[in-house]
Structures are given as structure tokens and as C-alpha cells.
Design a protein around this ligand. Structure first.
Ligand code: MN
Length: 236
């Protein structure tokens, strides 16, 4: 086969404790999946259920085995926000997946940040416009190595984010409005879930700004930790 342009590099996640890689296909995201966060964003979790959106796969910034990544401060924002999230890595295809069969489609779990240009998102919401430029920008999805599901049986874990040593976000995964199984069941009604798809499952309350020089440490009990260093904006 010959190409006009060489195919782009395959986005990947490391697999914890292994030399193998997990090839990433698409990045799906859930918005407003924790009631307290929905309320802090001005939404009513009882009236407005979780929403789905996506980021391009090459927005992924995969952590090395040491869990550390550096992300440049993105352009066109004065209010970059952190959102710490449990990430589900899909291993087998499915459509209209039943909730009680959903976890069988999971290869593993990771922790990631759904980095958000909050000022652009607020402007888009006001005008009923799409969220892509607020959510799907370059390097907007730093993510830890993925731990195979069999090695992480504890879905009652806690999710936490510290910035420069200060706790910013903290919740129980049980606080999710839609569980991992519910998210897979619902999303698979809209699209066929494919091996390599990632699902960022939503953030708890406490989202806030990140600035160049900040170091954010994201963790979910039992999963590889993720350390994200915010660098200066990229020059021309
Ligand atoms: Mn999010």
C-alpha cells in the first residue's frame, strides 16, 4: 500500500506493569455525572441527566510508566480547568449492551483529566453552541497507564485530585449518577462501542483553574497515579 501522507501515529496508553500498549480508538466523555458537580456548574441533576461528548483520540497525553506527563497551557483561554475522572478502556465491541453484561466489555481502567477551557465552554453554553473548542483541544486528555480490569476489583474506590499539594477534588466513585455499567449501556445505544474506545466518566465537584507551573496529581484508589505538570504556552 502507498500513501499520499504517512498515517499518523497510533494514540496509545501504556498497560500498567506490562510492556504491551493499548491502542486508543476514540475518546468519549460523560458530562454532569456527579450531582454536586452538576450543581456547581449551574445545572439541576434531577432535571438534566448526564450528557455525552467526545475528544479527538490524538488529544490523549499518555503517561509513561512513572505516571508523569507535561501539558502546555492551551491557547485561547484564560481559565483552564481540571476535571479528574475515572477512565474506562473498552476491550470488546458492543451495541445496545445490557447493563448487567457491560463490565465484560471493559479491558481496564485508568485515571485521566478532562482538561477544559471553561471560559470557552461558558460562552458556548450561553449561545447553545457545541463544546468542541472547550473540550477537544490538543493535549486535553492526559491519562495514566491502564490497569487490566481483573487487577482492579474495587469499584467503591475514591477519586481525588491535588494541585500543588492541596486537595481540590475528592469523591467516592459510588457518587456517580450513572455507574460504569450504566454509562456503557447508555452510550452503546447511541454508538457501537469498539475495542480501544476510552470513556471519561465525569468529574466530581471542586473543578478549578490550572496555571503554568502547577502540578496536578490525580488518583483513584488502586489505579496507577497520574501527575500532570502544566508548562508555559507553546510558542509559534
Ligand atoms: Mn468532564
Amino acid at each position: 500500500m502507498t500513501w499520499i501522507l504517512q498515517p499518523p501515529p497510533q494514540p496509545v496508553l501504556h498497560v500498567a506493569g506490562q510492556s504491551a500498549f493499548f491502542a486508543v480508538r476514540r475518546i468519549w466523555c460523560v458530562g454532569r455525572n456527579y450531582a454536586a458537580h452538576a450543581r456547581e456548574m449551574g445545572a439541576d441533576p434531577a432535571r438534566e441527566p448526564p450528557v455525552f461528548f467526545a475528544k479527538p483520540a490524538d488529544a490523549l497525553v499518555p503517561a509513561l510508566q512513572d505516571g508523569a506527563v507535561t501539558v502546555p497551557y492551551p491557547p485561547k483561554t484564560a481559565n483552564l480547568h481540571h476535571e479528574v475522572e475515572l477512565v474506562v478502556a473498552i476491550g470488546t465491541r458492543g451495541v445496545n449492551i445490557a447493563a448487567d453484561k457491560a463490565l465484560a466489555h471493559v479491558f481496564g481502567y485508568a485515571v485521566g483529566l478532562d482538561l477544559t477551557r471553561r471560559d470557552l465552554q461558558a460562552a458556548a453554553k450561553k449561545l447553545a453552541q457545541p463544546w468542541e473548542m472547550a473540550k477537544g483541544f490538543d493535549a486535553s486528555a492526559p491519562c495514566s497507564a491502564v490497569l487490566p480490569a481483573a487487577e482492579w476489583p474495587d469499584h467503591t474506590a475514591r477519586i481525588e485530585l491535588d494541585v500543588n499539594g492541596t486537595r481540590r477534588q475528592e469523591a467516592a466513585l459510588d457518587d456517580m449518577i450513572w455507574s460504569v455499567a450504566d454509562v456503557i449501556a447508555c452510550l452503546s445505544q447511541f454508538v457501537a462501542l469498539e475495542p480501544g474506545d476510552l470513556i471519561f466518566t465525569g468529574t466530581p465537584e471542586g473543578v478549578g483553574p490550572l496555571l503554568p507551573g502547577d502540578v496536578a496529581v490525580a488518583s483513584v484508589t488502586g489505579l496507577p497515579e497520574l501527575t500532570v505538570r502544566i508548562a508555559a504556552a507553546e510558542a509559534a
